[in-house]
Design a protein around this ligand. Structure first.
Ligand code: CO
Length: 468
């Protein structure tokens, strides 16, 4: 295999403790106040970037932590002045699961950059590149580094050629790096070697690999990806690594340096970072937020060819319906439904849609007797184009005589920003507030109310003594 990497002896690291490790292990519950003191140290570690925003961070800040996610971002910016701040963005869905009009996508990207983001990793669950195009163009225009991202999955239509071709299309779109995102942690070392090699042969820009330790393969997967020329890997400080999270930063740094790779990381700083997070991890184990099982290896996904997170969802669905005795049948039905639906990657929200449909097909005793409104919307093309054609019979059962939409779903959406801003006059204090509301209306409304109550209390407290 020909290496196209200009400097094959260099591997850079993205630290994920503030976003993906935090999200995968403790449902994104780290508060800003808990980790702010380590930021000046992290700033000296030599990471390629720190993934710290996007994904579930935004929603959880508003919903559970009583934090303004925009304020968190500005604080991160201030305390990590020399580090590239990275976020994860779901293309036309931004940080959620529905499509937003182009004006909202553009504005959200613009505001993310204005408030401090340097690198935006942009993906679409179906790898429908039309769904990342608007966000990508807006991010480049705003001055961000865009990492064009492919959602990794295995299927007869997800070939090396297809992935490599899509990587090239993203390079032509103007992205700065290509990221292969194995969100389910199912990529094997063999697959990584072949895929990274195929993409490196097709594009000139750096290639990033993202995976999870879930099935125990991630260290081997990274090693083979590095042999194939991958430039950047995602890792988490060791006490927040393993299991459903990423491989450990210190471990890979140590091993790679011995092979002669330059990582740019400072060993002493990495130790300080880990020493800081250890007591936090222990406290989260103690209060039950972190289930130690999440940090262990679970190979069930390899046997069943279903991602770990989806397996646990299937189990809880069946338990709720008192039907655990049908588990094996549902497991056999799941890949069939996925095939019928054109092999969508089994990631949120497709994993839930496929799982629910498979369960319903088994429990109802008739395939596609019931079809959820989400699967109908998927068949209509509201999520984008399926990787392979949807089975015509399933399509007919889902839509009847209705025809799937032509073109991009977002083109059918009306602008909402000015209207929402007018509705929120007096409540929203900034355009960022309006965007928070558009993304998560109920949650943000509650956050606004709590913020107002807090402010009134402060005003009362500071004014009263003067009057007395
Ligand atoms: Co991930």
């Amino acid at each position: 295999m020909t290496k196209t990497n200009a400097d094959p002896k260099k591997v850079l690291f993205t630290e994920t403790v503030l976003r993906d490790a935090n999200q995968s292990l403790i449902a994104t519950r780290l508060k800003y106040s808990e980790f702010k003191d380590i930021l000046p140290t992290m700033d000296k570690a030599g990471y390629y970037s720190v993934e710290c925003w996007g994904g579930a961070v935004f929603d959880v800040c508003l919903r559970y932590l009583d934090e303004d996610p925009w304020q968190r971002l500005r604080d991160l910016r201030k305390n990590l002045p020399n580090t590239k701040l990275q976020m994860l963005l779901r293309g036309q869905n931004l940080l959620g699961y529905k499509h937003y009009p182009d004006e909202i996508v553009k504005m959200f990207v613009q505001k993310s950059v204005e408030n401090g983001i340097d690198i935006i990793r942009i993906f679409d669950a179906l790898n429908d590149l039309r769904n990342i195009e608007v966000a990508t163009t807006a991010a480049i225009k705003a001055g961000a580094t865009v990492s064009g991202t492919l959602s990794y999955t295995q299927s007869p239509v997800h070939t090396l050629e297809k992935f490599a071709k899509q990587a090239k299309e993203m390079e032509d779109m103007g992205v700065a790096t290509i990221c292969v995102k194995d969100m389910a942690g199912v990529m094997t070392p063999r697959e990584a070697y072949d895929l990274i090699g195929a993409i490196k042969a097709e594009v000139k820009i750096p290639v990033v690999l993202h995976t999870h330790c879930t099935t125990g393969m991630a260290y081997l997967t990274y090693m083979k990806a590095i042999e194939a020329g991958v430039d950047i890997i995602d890792t988490a400080t060791s006490c927040f690594s393993g299991g459903t999270s990423q491989p450990a930063t210190e471990t890979l740094n140590y091993a790679l340096k011995q092979f002669g790779y330059e990582t740019g990381l400072d060993d002493a700083v990495l130790k300080q970072v880990n020493d800081f997070f250890k007591p936090l991890r222990d406290a989260y184990i103690k209060d039950g937020t972190l289930n130690p099982k999440m940090m262990a290896t679970d190979t069930d996904a390899l046997n069943y060819k279903v991602p770990g997170g989806m397996l646990s969802n299937l189990v809880s669905q069946l338990k709720a319906q008192n039907a655990m005795d049908r588990f094996e049948e549902v497991l056999i039905e799941t890949p069939k439904v996925r095939k019928d639906l054109g092999y969508p990657p089994l990631v949120t929200p497709m994993s839930q849609m496929v799982g629910v449909q498979a369960t319903s097909n088994v429990l109802a005793g008739e395939r596609y007797k019931n079809i959820s409104k989400e699967v109908k919307a998927y068949c209509r093309g509201e999520y984008g184009t399926a990787p392979a054609p949807i089975d015509p019979e399933v399509l007919k059962k889902a839509l009847g005589d209705e025809k799937p939409i032509e073109g991009r779903y977002a083109d059918t959406l009306e602008p909402v920003f000015e209207k929402t801003k007018a509705e929120l006059a007096g409540t929203a204090k900034s355009d960022e507030d309006v965007l928070s509301y558009i993304l998560f209306p109920q949650v943000t409304e509650k956050y606004f109310a709590a913020r107002k109550a807090k402010e009134e209390k402060i005003v009362k407290y500071t004014i009263t003594p003067v009057e007395e």
